[in-house]
Design a protein around this ligand. Structure first.
Ligand SMILES: [Fe+2]
Ligand SMILES: [Fe+2]
Length: 372
């Protein structure tokens, strides 16, 4: 912006004057506002808008028409757990890979179309290895400043992006749905409530050990949170297994076993409605074995989803520690021995290595959530 222009502008009413944000404003530091366009001009109304948004509880950004984030408020930074970063940065960066070129095209079409009031409303998701997935409703609305009389400067519109964070509601909804299923499945089994709680805890502890290990790229914060919720539902398919089989003392007949072995498939069917396939994977594959001798499919090795390989260890460990009608409870040491002996046959040997390293945590969980 040239100096002559500035002088002339200062004579116009305060409201419409253009200020150089970097020199005249103390609320925002240099790095708080940037532009992809060297000539991008910030007017006082823009500044007032930023001042209002800065302390809002609602995560908010100011965008240029190409969806570059020019400015972000504190709530937005908190939501994304951001370190300091240089702006502008395109919105795609924060919502990749969810914001595909197609979805961006739809947003762009809406915010440049008079018929939609130059606005957009829609759901966005953001994934990152080191934090939980964020699900939000994005509301984009244009912010036009008045054209400044007598001065031939075209001020491009900016857009205010507000994010209604739905992550918690979404999670609460699914946890609520699943807790009902869990209660229903407890009725069909002689496992205690604490057994299923412990399975979630063991699985989470194992998964946490895989975080940051390159071989386990799929283990991010979401994975760890989800396995904690879904592992307890591994036997939800037993809703479909007749009581006389579930409660039968002693050995099952060949026919009864065939029916019993259906429960993973039933569980997967029940849980398949959930958008994250992990829930169904755990139910479907928790009785598969590393060497292919498990059921219902006889899958082996890495064909068995990771979450199910983790839950298999957790489930067997806990079953060994529990008192059952047909057995006394084993000590932690004995359970450890039995599980490590089955490394490479029943269980994934790499996971058993990690299990051995942190085995005392399993004992701690068992004792903490012991059946009374
Ligand atoms: Fe099972
Ligand atoms: Fe179980």
């Amino acid at each position: 912006m040239i100096d002559d222009d500035l002088e002339e502008l200062e004579e116009i009413s305060d409201y419409n004057s253009i200020v150089d944000l970097k020199t005249e404003n103390t609320l925002f530091s240099d790095s708080d506002f940037s532009s992809s366009d060297e000539n991008y001009i910030i007017t006082l109304p823009h500044l007032k808008l930023m001042t209002n948004l800065e302390y809002s509880q609602i995560p908010a950004v100011i965008l240029d028409p190409k969806l570059n984030i020019l400015w972000q408020n504190s709530s937005y930074k908190d939501l994304f757990l951001q370190e300091k970063r240089d702006l502008p940065i395109n919105l795609v960066f924060d919502f990749s890979p969810y914001l595909t070129p197609e979805k961006l095209g739809i947003i762009y079409k809406n915010i440049t179309d008079e018929k939609t009031g130059f606005s957009y409303k829609g759901r966005v998701e953001s994934k990152h290895r080191k934090r939980s997935r964020i699900i939000a409703n994005l509301i984009l609305t244009p912010y036009f400043t008045q054209k400044i009389p007598n001065i031939n400067i075209d001020i491009p519109p900016i857009y205010v992006g507000l994010f209604d964070n739905l992550t918690k509601e979404n999670r609460d909804f699914f946890e609520g749905t699943f807790s009902t299923l869990l209660e229903a499945s407890k009725l069909k089994d002689n496992d205690t409530g604490n057994h299923i709680k412990r399975i979630g805890e063991y699985s989470r502890v194992l998964a946490e050990q895989l975080f940051d290990k390159p071989a386990y790229y799929e283990v991010n914060t979401d994975f760890i949170e989800n396995i904690f919720i879904f592992a307890p539902m591994h036997d939800v398919g037993k809703i479909g297994t007749p009581d006389y089989i579930l409660t039968k003392p002693g050995y099952l007949t060949k026919e009864e076993w065939i029916i019993m072995k259906e429960h993973p498939k039933s569980g997967a069917l029940i849980l398949s409605a959930y958008q994250d396939p992990m829930a169904a994977h755990i139910a479907n594959f928790h009785h598969e074995k590393w060497n292919g001798n498990g059921y219902p499919y006889g899958f082996s090795g890495l064909l068995i989803p990771l979450a199910a390989r983790i839950v298999a260890i957790a489930d067997v460990y806990d079953a060994l520690r529990m008192k059952r009608s047909y057995k006394e409870p084993f000590t932690h040491k004995k359970a450890m021995e039995i599980i490590t002996k089955d490394s490479g046959s029943h269980f994934d040997p790499d996971l058993i290595e990690i299990f051995v390293k942190i085995n005392s945590e399993f004992d701690t969980i068992y004792k903490k959530l012991k059946d009374s």
